[in-house]
Design a protein around this ligand. Structure first.
Ligand code: AMP
Ligand code: MG
Length: 406
């Protein structure tokens, strides 16, 4: 058995991006940039006004109030067409319009009498005020977003500003999902005696999609060698494979054995985590193969703790673990020493601190507690007892954790 931390480390060491592709700008949202982006021009491209008002020479406006002759008008979108602010004069100017020659300050219209032929300024004027200087944001040739950045609306804005209609991002890995078990039937049929709907495939596909990878459900391998050979072989064609069930010590648990037969090299089996102890990890060439226990709660928790970080890394993300933070326990928790225990919790914020209470019955067969949970508490392997009021480390669980109903 390897530790929770070692398992994660080995998995992350063996997960990397599967290629780069060009996508249109809007399709790049949420993706990871594969290339530094260099500014093809200055931003802003010319000195311009930050306000609607009057372009002036600050030296003319030392005393207040002061009155200047208005000699021109520059709307947004105007070209630099030789307008000059002569001494003792002002030019009416709109936000974003290029500042005229001679101007070294803009006076907002609300600090004036809004005059048409002459204008009276009510406030003193500082050199440079309300003038945006060419290249003050980004200079031509500068890297304006780095490889590894996640494309969010701000990055989209910057990329669009610089005319980038296509961007180079890491490819989305196709992740095959294979369920195993003779008891499984597909969604759409009502279970008879001994039958269970293959819910893990759907839940895993949803979780894979949430990371940004492409889920590929390949169905069910029955509990015999031939069926495993066929279905696992199919799954190994994808960029990564996740299997559920058939990885414990039962005599029908064939996943590891048949993976080995197909030349997928087992890296570890059994991890110091509860739930999720029988998790296995293998490599087929460089493709990661995650074999998760079949109990739906264990499947989801091991996906969250081991598979999600790996898939994020394959997508090019640099920050792949959810941030841990401290929460105060509302109830005492007792556990066995030797394994990290993952506890499904609900969180509340009070007086500047997070408080964690159990989301319900913590037995691994209880799916309702998973549904009720907003976060997972990660209790270290060495500890056995956490008193009420003790601080534990927690992380949010799922993309909508802040909106899970109370
Ligand atoms: P196993 O690892 O094969 O012993 O399965 C552990 C438990 O998970 C059993 O109760 C199975 O019925 C259940 N299980 C296995 N596969 C799935 C699945 N795809 N969807 C829902 N439950 C499953
Ligand atoms: Mg089984």
């Amino acid at each position: 058995m390897i530790s929770f931390e070692q398992a994660r480390q080995v998995i992350l060491e063996n997960s990397s991006p599967v290629g780069v592709e060009q996508v249109s700008l809007l399709h790049s949202v949420g993706r990871v940039l594969a290339q530094d982006m260099l500014a093809p021009w200055d931003m802003p491209l010319w000195d311009n006004s930050a306000m609607d008002g009057y372009a002036v020479r600050s030296a003319d406006c030392r005393q207040t109030p002061c009155t200047l002759e208005v000699t021109g008008y520059i709307p947004a979108g105007a070209k630099e067409d030789g307008i000059v602010v002569q001494p003792g004069c002002a030019v009416r100017i709109m936000t974003g319009a290029p500042t005229p020659t001679g101007c070294d300050a803009v006076v907002p219209v609300e600090d004036t009498d809004d005059g048409q032929s002459t204008v009276t300024l009510m406030q003193s004027v500082e050199k440079g005020q309300h003038v945006r200087v060419r290249a003050e944001d980004v200079a031509a040739g500068d890297t304006f977003v780095r490889a590894g950045a996640i494309v969010r609306p701000p990055e989209i804005n910057m990329l669009a500003t610089f005319g980038k209609s296509l961007v180079s991002v890491y490819r989305r890995p196709v992740v095959a999902i294979l369920s195993t078990g003779d008891e499984l039937i597909e969604l759409g049929t009502t279970p008879g005696p001994g039958e269970i709907i293959n819910s893990n495939a759907l839940s895993l596909a949803a979780a894979v999609a949430e990371t940004g990878c492409v889920p590929l459900i390949i169905g069910i391998a029955r509990d015999n060698r031939e069926s495993h050979l066929e279905k696992l072989g199919e799954g190994l064609k994808a960029d990564a494979l996740i299997t559920s069930a058939g990885v414990s010590a039962g005599d029908r648990d064939l996943v590891r054995e048949v993976l080995a037969e197909l030349d997928a090299k087992q890296i570890f089996w059994k991890v110091g985590i509860k739930p999720g102890g029988p998790t296995a990890f293998a490599l087929f060439g460089t493709k990661p193969v995650f074999s998760l226990p079949g109990n739906p709660v264990s499947t989801m928790i091991t996906f969250e703790e081991f598979v999600r970080p790996a898939l994020l890394k394959m997508l090019g993300h640099q920050q792949v673990l959810r941030p841990l933070f401290k929460a105060v326990l509302r109830q005492a928790i007792r556990k066995k020493a030797g394994k990290v225990q993952i506890v499904r919790v609900k969180l509340e914020r009070e007086a500047g601190r997070w408080f964690a209470s159990s989301a319900g019955n913590q037995q691994t067969a209880i799916l309702r507690t998973m549904v009720a949970a907003q976060a997972l508490a990660v209790l270290p392997a060495a500890s056995e007892y956490f008193a009420e009021g003790a601080e534990v480390e927690v992380h949010f669980f799922g993309n909508y954790c802040d909106r899970v109903a109370g």
